[in-house]
Design a protein around this ligand. Sequence first.
Ligand code: GAL
Length: 374
Amino acid sequence: MLIKQKAFLVKEKTMSNNKPFVWGNMPDGREVICYPLIRGGLKAEVLNLGGIVYSLQVPDKKGNHVDVMLGFDTPQEYLNSDTYFGAIIGRYSNRIEEGRFELDGQTYPLEINNGRNNLHSGKNGFHQYLFEAEYDESKPYRLVLHGKNDGVEKENAESMAETQGFPGTLQLKVIYELTEDNAFNITYEATTDKATPVNMTWHGYFNLNGHDSENILGHEMKINAGHYTPFKDENMIPSGEAAEVTNTPFDFREVKSIGRDIEDDHPQLIIGGGYDHNFVFDKEDGWCPVATVNGEQSGIAMTVYTDRPCMQLYTGNFIVTQKGKMGATYQHRQGFCMETQTYPNAVNCKAFPADVLMSGQVYKTSTSYRFIAE
Ligand code: GAL
């Protein structure tokens, strides 16, 4: 039975009673609600703001819960930050070259918010959006978030200010679900009334030793990817080539620590300040495991499953010493992101498969992060 969200609201900032609660307010006063999810050994707290995963608690090898998700304590910190901690990213993640693209003979200019590019759909991206939440008390392991983003052709001035610059009204549904076997699943479903590029992802920063521990360089990582898409220059836009990882620091096909090669003088690592690159999986279309990561102190091992062809591995290179949630101080490379997606900037790059959602089609993709402790 679906229950009315309001009936659940309690004022304390705690998940001890496992009920949704008012976590804070948007600058215009709207309430930011925190939804606790629980199942198997996992516990998560998710905000209707940006679909942000505020916390994700996972049992370690001693059976203690470890919060593996970096975050902030207030809506304002999330809104002011360019880290995108824990948030849903879209309608088009990653960099769009020079903040523009062409579709059906029309050029669409976008906000330039990262060097010369558009990154993660600009300030009106879903990472700052207040979603409508659907939460069922008898299934406290599942949260469905509903969002809408108007296309540029919308005439009303108020909604114009809120578009991301893309054509077509996009209706988005994000489904978060914890499973009995300790997986955290994310499914995206989207429709549009006009052809538009769509490339959704999620920007959780993991530290499998705990969000408040040291940097992630000692984590052991394996990625089933024989290719990656190198940047053409400092502007961090892929050249269109899928380069082989063999004999480069980008070869994660055998387990190695994230830090083993990160300081190599490979030109691509120098541009990225570390790993900030798109890996192309060795897989057919369809759902399968693509990567594993192991927290060397906690014994928590995470396997990533997805139906997407690619993943941006970002090793927190832009994190500078800063205040995090619950009294933590985050340092350079304190967390890593595994942002499953399609090929970056495919909308401008003919070498990459097209990623346009047509009116009448349903965009549906899933990614899962599954945990065990060893
Ligand atoms: C990543 C991106 C990085 C950085 C980060 C947010 O997705 O690849 O370059 O911008 O988001 O700080």
